[in-house]
Ligand binder design. Structure first.
Ligand code: ZN
Length: 155
């Protein structure tokens, strides 16, 4: 990775890790799910409120864990708010592919200016033991959107 990308990655992760966005519950959430990463001890609950039009009106999380898991959850909430369920699923696929090299990638042009912000998360590839930390919030979001109460720990 280029040095400046690595710096950006660390800066963004540190910022979100210290000041997580949307760190609260959603009282009128339409669904919520719990996710845990036993490898690191990260635990979180993701709340989503989805409207009749399938648009994510509100999304938040609470929990505790390492800086990467908290930062990733914080960034996730900012990225998927206002998106459709489909759009959020595409982001999940992209993040999963970026961090693990598995699955199929999607055309990032659909994310517009969000693509760069999502790309920051790919920095985790340099730290394989941290991949589950970075993808935990996304797996938990996906579980919540699918109406499951528990996210699979298989990242
Ligand atoms: Zn972690």
């Amino acid at each position: 990775m280029l040095d400046e990308l690595r710096e950006l990655y660390q800066e963004v992760i540190l910022d979100h890790g210290k000041n997580p966005r949307n760190f609260r519950d959603v009282e009128d959430a339409t669904s919520q799910a719990h996710g845990s990463n036993p490898l690191c001890g990260d635990q979180l609950v993701v709340y989503v409120k989805v409207g009749d039009d399938d648009i994510i009106q509100d999304v938040s999380f609470v929990g505790k864990g390492c800086a990467i898991s908290m930062a990733s959850a914080s960034m996730m909430t900012e990225l998927v708010r206002g998106k459709t369920i489909d759009g959020a699923n595409h982001m999940f696929d992209h993040v999963h592919h970026m961090c693990t090299g598995e699955g199929e990638d999607v055309d990032v042009t659909e994310f517009g200016e969000d693509a760069d912000r999502i790309g920051v998360l790919s920095g985790v590839r340099e730290f394989p033991v941290r991949v589950k930390c970075a993808t935990l919030a996304w797996h938990t979001l996906k579980a919540a959107m699918e109406g499951k109460e528990e996210a699979s720990s298989e990242a």
